[in-house]
Design a protein around this ligand. Structure first.
Ligand code: K1U
Ligand code: ZN
Length: 173
């Protein structure tokens, strides 16, 4: 297994519509394992394949406290959404240090293929539902700040720029 470098915003890979996975190969299984290791190490609760530079439709998620409920979703599609929405703070490993409020559906149903090639259906609410919506956005080239107003989007980009400049200064001193 390997820890992969996480692609940082605004890398164009993060704006791509990702390709459908047509076959579960050893390469796909290896990538899924590496993505899981990268997510746990970060640490994060989810990671999408374009975030490690591979624009294919696969995500890993684990929102459990004990970090023992790993989900690998291949070609996931949200088939049902609750009419109820909730607004909560989100972050992203591709935009470290930026946390903003995003409105999402409270509950969803997602259909996907697992690593054995079996079609699965999952009903989710709470953090899992939020995380699935966040990760599936990545597969369509959307990052969470794309949901903000222009003003808030620009502020988030400015915050990111400032943080990166600060990090650069700290490295050189
Ligand atoms: O897509 C990503 O970069 C992962 C992202 C997922 C996410 C976070 C918050 C709301 C929705 C989706 C993260 O995991 S950011 C890091 C994070 O949330 C976290 C870090 C340490 C402990 C617990 C959570
Ligand atoms: Zn993200």
């Amino acid at each position: 297994m390997a820890i992969l470098p996480i692609v940082q915003f605004p890398n164009p890979i993060l704006a791509m519509k990702c390709q459908t996975v047509t076959e579960i190969t050893d390469n796909i299984r290896q990538l899924a394992a590496d993505m899981a290791e990268t997510m746990y190490k970060a640490p994060g609760v989810g990671l999408a394949a374009p975030q490690v530079g591979d624009p294919i439709r696969m995500v890993v998620i684990d929102v459990s406290e004990e970090k023992n409920h790993l989900l690998t979703l291949i070609n996931p599609v949200i088939t049902e959404r609750s009419s109820e929405e909730e607004t909560g703070e989100e972050g992203c490993l591709s935009l470290p240090g930026v946390w903003e409020k995003v409105t999402r559906n409270t509950a969803i149903t997602v259909e996907y293929m697992d690593l054995d090639g079996l079609q699965q259906s999952l009903q989710a609410d709470g953090l899992l539902a939020i995380c699935i919506q966040h990760e599936l956005d990545h597969l369509d080239g959307t990052v969470f700040i794309d949901h903000l107003s222009r003003l808030k989007y620009d502020r988030a980009c400015a915050k990111l720029k400032k943080r990166r400049q600060q990090e650069k200064r700290e490295k050189t001193h």
